[in-house]
Design a binder for this molecule. Structure first.
Ligand SMILES: Cc1cc2nc3c(=O)[nH]c(=O)nc-3n(C[C@H](O)[C@H](O)[C@H](O)COP(=O)(O)OP(=O)(O)OC[C@H]3O[C@@H](n4cnc5c(N)ncnc54)[C@H](O)[C@@H]3O)c2cc1C
Length: 372
């Protein structure tokens, strides 16, 4: 198989790799997607809140800000066209004291710098009228935040990529990459087969730093070493009756967005994710954090009972910044400069990677144009 030559190979069938494969296979022939698991979307892309973010919090000028705002619009468009289940529920960012009230003004200002100009202030009474169980001194309403069935979204990318002619190979882990002048030779499953590719797109999520290193990139020098930041969720039974997504005012340098309440498409309430930097990719959730969750949630849902909370699931964010370090943007880069033309790395695709997947795919497509 070493003689096989693809135009483009994509590593990683999460939501981002699938969106990229659909986008590129619509324009180019000979596109291959390799995934180490038995099917698509088995890692971070199925361990998240399924929220279509509006693009409120990111620093102006960041790719995260641009891709999130654009992604919000494009995801709703694609959901309508392809019948993908979703709901534009709206989200309340709730303040519970004077300091947080002031913070709401800053959040609104930042959102406007990012082109999100549909946030409105709600008074205490207006919050109560919308959400009787929520206690807040004031809130910001983001009407364009919503939720999506992310598996239906991934399925639609997968089906379209296949009908565009892309080859999608599961149980295929990229285990070695050699750059040979103008092509990359990939070894799959420690030598089970080999092939060459003109363009290589690395969207391996939590492993994207390791894949970049396999290709020859000095990940320490480039600042690509990932830090794992785990977020766990609790469900509640009985659950509060909510109609909107409820978020506290974020703290902690935006490591996460605070222990918020999200709804899924069946109306189930879930709390989380929290943030904890961890050394290993390990998804266990136990009761240890129940008290901390309870304390965080009862600030805006005072009637919640600790005994109603049950550990549910977890996800791990592939972060570029460690604890307390300055906030980092997505890295989406063709590595011509360090001497690897045709290698496109996507590193640190944490939230809002689901919301942003279509603009990310288009951005990658514009980088591929310069390579083929
Ligand atoms: C707790 C949590 C909550 C979140 N909530 C939201 C949210 O509400 N809204 C939002 O917009 N975003 C959210 N996100 C972010 C979003 O989930 C991610 O940005 C997105 O899923 C990343 O997708 P991906 O395709 O880059 O990565 P992944 O889904 O991790 O896919 C990468 C794939 O690469 C494969 N792979 C790795 N190495 C190799 C290899 N060597 N060979 C072959 N295959 C390989 C993996 O098996 C995996 O399938 C959240 C993230 C977390 C952790």
């Amino acid at each position: 198989m070493a003689d096989d030559l693809f135009n483009i190979t994509i590593i990683g069938a999460g939501v981002v790799g699938l969106a990229i494969t659909e986008e590129l296979s619509a324009k180019y022939s000979n596109v291959l997607l390799v995934e180490k698991n038995t099917t698509y979307g088995q890692e971070t892309s199925s361990r998240h809140s399924e929220v279509i973010h509006a693009g409120i919090y990111y620093p102006a000028g960041f790719l995260k800000a641009h891709c999130c705002r654009e992604g919000n619009r494009l995801l709703y468009e694609i959901c309508r066209k392809r019948d993908i289940p979703h709901k534009m529920l709206g989200k309340l960012i709730v303040a519970t004291n004077d300091e947080e009230n002031n913070e709401l003004y800053k959040i609104k200002e930042r959102a406007e710098q990012n082109g999100v100009d549909n946030l409105s202030f709600l008074s205490q009474n207006q919050v109560r009228a919308l959400e009787p169980e929520v206690r807040a001194t004031a809130a910001l309403l983001s009407p364009s935040t919503g939720i999506i069935d992310s598996h239906s979204l991934m399925r639609s990318f997968y089906v379209n990529a296949q009908s565009n002619g892309a080859v999608i190979a599961f149980r295929s882990e990229a285990t070695a990459i050699h750059f040979d002048n103008d092509k990359y030779e990939l070894e799959i499953n420690n030598g089970e087969y080999r092939f060459r590719t003109r363009v290589l797109v690395n969207c391996a999520g939590l492993y994207s730093d390791k894949v970049a290193a396999l290709a020859g990139i000095d990940i320490e020098k480039e600042g690509y070493r990932l830090k794992y930041c785990k977020g766990i969720y609790f469900s509640a039974s009985p659950a509060p009756k909510l109609k909107h997504l409820i978020y506290p005012v974020p703290t902690n340098n935006y490591e996460g967005l605070g222990t918020h309440a999200t709804l899924d498409l069946s109306g189930r309430v879930r709390f989380g994710p929290d943030t904890e930097y961890v050394d290993n990719l390990e998804y266990t959730v136990n009761d240890d954090k129940k008290e901390a969750f309870y304390q965080a949630i009862r600030r805006y849902l005072p009637e919640i009972k600790m005994k109603s909370l049950n550990p549910e699931m977890s996800g791990i964010r592939p972060k570029l910044q460690g604890p307390g370090e300055p906030y980092r943007d997505f890295v989406i880069k063709e590595e011509r400069d360090p001497g690897y033309p045709g290698l496109i790395n996507l590193i640190g695709i944490e939230s809002p990677g689901l919301t942003a997947c279509i603009p990310i795919a288009r951005h990658v497509s514009s980088l591929v144009e310069g390579c083929l």
